[in-house]
Design a protein around this ligand. Structure first.
Ligand SMILES: Cc1cc2nc3c(=O)[nH]c(=O)nc-3n(C[C@H](O)[C@H](O)[C@H](O)COP(=O)(O)OP(=O)(O)OC[C@H]3O[C@@H](n4cnc5c(N)ncnc54)[C@H](O)[C@@H]3O)c2cc1C
Length: 208
């Protein structure tokens, strides 16, 4: 429990989902071919926006990660409409509705997009945390991804997937190798459980 006290959560994501009455009017038509688009302007602009979030503030021109499933799975669209999902980084626990800021950023690269918006919904950082208790304060990485916590995730151990409680294992991005490597935490946890609960050696599990 003492070791877990040192575990730190990261900042949050806030989602902005849109329904448009047509495709996004990208200034550069090639962007329509990308399922996922990272909007932020120059590297310096993105760095400035992210630095503000790190200081606990909401950037006026946020970095936005946007998915436009239209090009590869129209089944995700409401009839005759175009679904767009996006998220941006906000301070942990944020209750701010960032729809306007995200739309303004999108408008920079797709002039006229506002006129296509039929519906918009923001899920704040705090609401993401309520929707999924694993996203504490809206932290979709289940723990800050900093050098120390790549290993001490959630505690420093040669088998962090195994807890001191008998028969309880963690198969989560709160364990190595962390978020963005979907499935691998569970793969390690399963091997650890097989070894300790059933005496089956299914391959190396140790970080050591
Ligand atoms: C909008 C969004 C976009 C994302 N984009 C990406 C991306 O592009 N790339 C990427 O790598 N990652 C992305 N992620 C992060 C990724 O989804 C997570 O890192 C990953 O899902 C974490 O997996 P997990 O198994 O640790 O936990 P989760 O997938 O969060 O699963 C935890 C489960 O446990 C349940 N739970 C929580 N508490 C309890 C409880 N007390 N009792 C019972 N059940 C409980 C929850 O309901 C949930 O079903 C994104 C997340 C969000 C929200």
């Amino acid at each position: 429990m003492r070791a877990l006290d040192r575990f730190r959560f990261g900042n949050a994501a806030a989602k902005v989902d849109l329904v448009l009455d047509g495709p996004i009017p990208w200034a550069d038509a090639r962007i329509a071919q990308a399922p996922t688009v990272h909007l932020g302007g120059t590297r310096a602009e993105i760095a400035a926006a992210e630095a503000m979030v790190a200081r606990g503030r909401h950037p006026e021109h946020p970095y936005v990660l946007l998915a436009q499933p239209d090009g590869f799975d129209v089944g995700r669209n409401p009839a005759g409409m175009n679904a767009v999902w996006s998220y941006t980084h906000v301070p942990r626990g944020s209750t701010i509705d960032v729809t306007e800021r995200v739309l303004a950023q999108l408008e920079r690269f797709a002039p006229g997009v506002r006129d296509r918006v039929v519906a918009a919904r923001c899920t704040t950082g705090a609401e993401l945390g309520e929707y999924n208790a694993n996203y504490v304060g809206g932290d979709i990485s289940a723990g800050a991804v900093v050098l120390r916590q790549l290993l001490a995730r959630p505690v420093l151990s040669t088998e962090p997937w195994r807890t001191p409680a008998k028969g309880i294992y963690l198969a989560s991005s709160a364990t190595p190798p962390g978020p963005g490597v979907h499935g691998l935490s569970g793969w390690h946890a399963a091997r650890s459980a097989l070894r300790h609960e059933f005496g089956i050696d299914a391959g190396a599990v140790s970080l050591a």
